[in-house]
Write a protein that binds this ligand. Structure first.
Ligand code: NAD
Length: 390
């Protein structure tokens, strides 16, 4: 079948298997080309098929030769429907890893469920003994509890409505948007989904099963960003969930059994989850322009390669005062943020091209689904029915 992108709202409903494979290969090649610290050897990645989780998995495998076990929530192809991009990414990663003699297994299912935790623990016990790094990189819109209650996360402000510029990526127009405050119930639901409760459940389950090393490290990802995004993000409903994630990191570490938990504050990047946040995509496209011009732009793989080889290695961790790892260090530099501020204050629909890297934004968006990879013939038939051993 010839696969073309079909964009609906913030997502693309098709994915290209060969494109995903080429992009996974380029991330692997990037990691291979870098210097490697002493790293983790048996790595569990929860949320391993896209974005930061996939980049963490690739870095562990190709920087350290680590055995990786990934938890994903993806769909295989079904008739004329392509598989999800995460499915193709995972198939490609496993194919490359196995060809390179690396252990790589994947469990496909709801990471929030006990069933999937049990399945993962059984594989760890049988194949790896214990893990020494757990990466928790879920970005989910909802969480189903054991009693079937469903909590949905929202991307709203807390307290007051907030009005600022946003971009409509369908027609590249800039306009004002007002984001309404979340209700208390919505805030609590967002904390249930994106806070630290499930991360803690994973660590507790691994400890109870004796499937995690005594000196293991676990890391989850967060975002802070500049003031223009604060009402939407750091001080919004998602920010409340991230505060809970941070408190969970402290609680895991304070349990004093040797396991250390960290929050890594990562750079704003185009991923499936960030595309859905009002205001943020316009900020990201201005940020891309500034960081590319200043020669400090990074994507997920550059961020995760730098994280695990420089800031969170087997032997050392570099944190700020409240004990967070700052992978947003280059994004938050004064010279970057002051340039972003100027462009933000001036940007309109008419000057979008000179004030933002819209092409870069769109390119990265399409690449999430395997479109726009170099060397892939998108006019050729491809077999969409790709297998993942999970
Ligand atoms: P993403 O959408 O690219 O990836 C999320 C992953 O979670 C996917 O692999 C998806 O399949 C998986 N997932 C979702 N629900 C699941 C479930 N129920 N069970 C198993 N797997 C499930 O997201 P991302 O942007 O890489 O985000 C990962 C983390 O990084 C999040 O905590 C996010 O808040 C954080 N973060 C993102 C950015 C950004 O700009 N994208 C910046 C800083 C921090």
């Amino acid at each position: 079948m010839i696969v073309k992108p079909k964009v609906r709202g913030f997502i693309c409903t098709t994915a290209h298997p060969e494109g995903c494979k080429a992009l996974v290969k380029s991330e692997i090649d990037y990691v291979k080309s870098q210097n490697h610290a002493e790293g983790f050897k048996k790595v569990l990645v929860v949320g391993a098929s896209m974005g930061y989780g996939l980049a963490s998995r690739i870095t562990a495998a190709y920087s350290f030769g680590a055995a990786t076990l990934g938890v994903i929530f993806d769909k295989p192809a079904n008739g004329a429907r392509t598989a999800s991009a995460g499915w193709y990414n995972t198939a490609a990663f496993e194919e490359f890893a196995h060809a390179d003699g690396l252990y790589a297994k994947t469990v496909n299912g709801d990471a929030y469920s006990k069933e999937i935790k049990d399945k993962v623990i059984e594989i760890i016990k049988n194949d790896l003994g214990k893990v020494d790094l757990v990466v928790y990189s879920l970005a989910a819109p909802r969480r189903t509890m054991a009693d079937s209650t469903v909590y949905s996360s929202v991307l709203k402000t807390v307290g007051e409505p907030y009005t600022n510029k946003t971009i409509d990526l369908k027609n590249n127009t800039v306009s004002d948007i007002t984001v309404e405050p979340a209700t208390e119930e919505e805030i609590q639901a967002t904390i249930k989904v994106m806070g630290g409760e499930d991360w803690q459940d994973w660590i507790t389950a691994l400890k109870e099963a004796d499937a995690i090393e005594e000196n293991a490290v676990t890391v989850a990802y967060s975002y802070i960003g500049p003031e223009i995004t604060h009402p939407m993000y750091a001080d919004g409903s998602i920010g409340k969930a991230k505060d809970h994630l941070f408190e969970t990191a402290k609680a895991i570490t304070n349990a004093d059994d040797g396991i250390k938990a960290y929050i890594s504050v990562n750079k704003a990047l185009v991923t499936q989850s960030s595309a859905a946040i009002p205001i943020v995509p316009l900020y990201i496209s201005i940020l891309y322009k500034v960081m590319k011009e200043q020669g400090v732009h990074e994507g997920c793989i550059e961020q995760m390669c730098r994280l695990f080889n420089a800031k969170l290695t087997k032997n050392s961790v570099e944190t700020d005062e409240p004990c967070r790892i700052r992978m947003d260090d280059w994004e938050m530099e004064e010279k970057v943020q002051s340039a972003v501020d100027t462009l933000w204050s001036e940007i309109t629909t008419e000057n979008l091209d000179s004030h933002a890297d819209l092409n870069g934004y769109h390119e990265d968006f399409y690449k999430l689904f395997g479109f726009g990879a170099e060397g892939v013939d998108y006019e050729s038939d491809v077999d969409i029915d790709v297998k993942v051993d999970c």
